[in-house]
Each structure stands twice: as structure tokens, then as C-alpha cells.
Design a binder for this molecule. Sequence first.
Ligand code: FES
Length: 355
Amino acid sequence: MYVYHALKVVEVLPETDEAVTLKFDIPKKLSNQFKAIPGQHLKLKTHIADKVVERFYSICQMGDDYLRVGIKSVPEGVFSQHVFHTIKVGDVLEVMAPQGDFCLPVENVESMQQATQYLFVAAGSGVTPILAMMTYLLENNEHTQIDFVYINAKRQSIMFFEQLEALKNRYMDRLSIVHVLTREPRDLDILSVRPEGERFEQLLSAFVDTEKLDHTYLCGPLPIIEGFRAALIEKGIDKKNIHLELFGTPTSQTVRRPVTHSNSDKQITIISGGRKQIIGLAKGQSILDAAIEAGTNVPFACKGGVCATCKAKMINGSATMDVNYGLEDYEVDLGYVLTCQAHVQTETAVVDFDV
Ligand code: FES
């Protein structure tokens, strides 16, 4: 399931001073496996200074024989710096098939037909999966109405500016885009400061008819998505229709527990990819971190309790989560946990990633 394939980079396109897109050629024999749902991401792997480095990047554009991902340069980002300074057309990277639950429910035809009103909110490179989703909706569902709130520092840092303008011009009566530029003066004060506190509610009240919303997709750093999520819930939007994807520094806002490897007296059994592995658990360590440290091949992305990629079921024993933005209440009742946030409370436990 979690297998890498060697894919060739066929285009490297600068989007802003700090962002590029990489286009991968998808050979015919992999076209089924690499069929992406708008909103999903790819996991990339390469070797940098003799170390294996893996990162997730969202798909911004897709076709029958190609996928394109957006990559923003992060000053301390080993992978993104490597892409900016080294990767060129013709290079080969190892790539996993598209994955992730932050995507349109395209397989549920009825739900796709019924839902017409969408709100998308992104900050910075959070626009990447959202561009893919908005493009799909506008091109394939003529009844879709979209409001998009996009937060950036300044005009020059807006990713996909030309594509967004082209979409807006083509679908004028169905797409409205509100740019919030936190380091540039705009006509309205609310559009020129970083949203926080009451600003979330004010932005929604000023630009979005929340009463009609069917689905909302929020993608950005935790304070932004937390703020909009809370304001939307306050306005009566059902939590299950608010979809989240976290990027940036995922664990900076979430609980960080000290991890000590001494006095570890807990053991957990990890089931993943049909294999069972019994591992020790250090004090304060999450199930996911313990599994990764033991070399188990388990899925994860944000590590911030949002994306639900690390979801697994407690078959035995119990665990508590630090935060949970990714699971519905009924899933928690069924015994699912976000393993990046889950800490085992019993001496032994069995955790199944394959369920
Ligand atoms: S890795 Fe995203 S919720 Fe755990």
C-alpha cells in the first residue's frame, strides 16, 4: 500500500519568489494507482546528504498522465531548499500514490450533486489543494457557488495568482475571491491584518453567506484554521462539514510532552500493512512517534491532530488524545484514535492501522 514509485520531473515552474510547482509524468502502467481526488497530496522521498528525506506536498493540478504539486520554500526546510536549489527537469524522485482525506467526496455522486455552496479558506501555500478542488468544482458542477478567502502577507506572495484570476474571470458569477494581505494596506482594515480574535467572525459576516454553506475547507497554520472553525461552529455550521488541513509548524500550537526513554513499562502491538510488531513505548511518547521510531511503516502527514492520515483503531487497551480536529465523535466512540496525538493509558495495547 505505502510503496514508492520512481517518477520523472518534467517541469519546474516558479510560482512566486518563494514557491515552485513540480510536474510529474505518470507512466501509463501507474495511471490507475496515481488517479488523484482533488485535494489529495503526494508523499515524496529523496536522499539529501546521505539521509532519506520524505515530505508531503499537495496536488494543485492533475491530468490523465501528470500530477503537479506546489512547494513553498521554507528557510529551514531541508526538502524544499533541495527542490529550489537542486531539482531540475529530468530528475527522478520517489513518489507514493495520492493519499489524504482532505478532498472532495467525488465518489459520492449524490452528495456532490446536492452540495452547491462551498467556502474555501487558505493561507499561503494552503491554496495548493484548494486550487485543485475549486477548479474541479467549477469545471464539473455547474451549480457550484464558491467563496474563497485567501490570506497572504503581500500581493507578491500570492501563489497561483494568474490561475486564480483566470478562474475568477471565467466563472465570474460562481467564484468570489477575497484577498487578505497582512502586510499591505487595503481599503478595508479587516482585509489588511492577520485574522485573530473577532476578525474571523467579522470576515465571515462581511463576505460569506454562511447560512447557505454545504461544505467548508480550511487549509493553513493552526491558529487560522482553529479561528475560522470556531467562528463557523458559532454560526451553526455542522462540524462534519468543516474539513481541515494543517500545514506550517504542526506541533507548535499543540501539546508537546517531554519524552523520556527510561522506565518505559508499556508495550504496544502495531498492526500495519498486514504485519504485527510489538514495540516499547517511552514515557510521554505518542503511538505514532513510537511506531516511526521502531521503523514501522505507518501513515501520517500533519502530526498536529488535523488530517487524520494517522488514524488507527484501538483493538485492545485505551489511549487519550491531546487534540482531535480530525475524527468525528462517532469514530472516537468506535475506538479510533489519531495516533500522532494518542497516548496509551494501559500497560499493553493493540493498535490497528489497517482497519
Ligand atoms: S498525522 Fe495528521 S492527524 Fe495525525
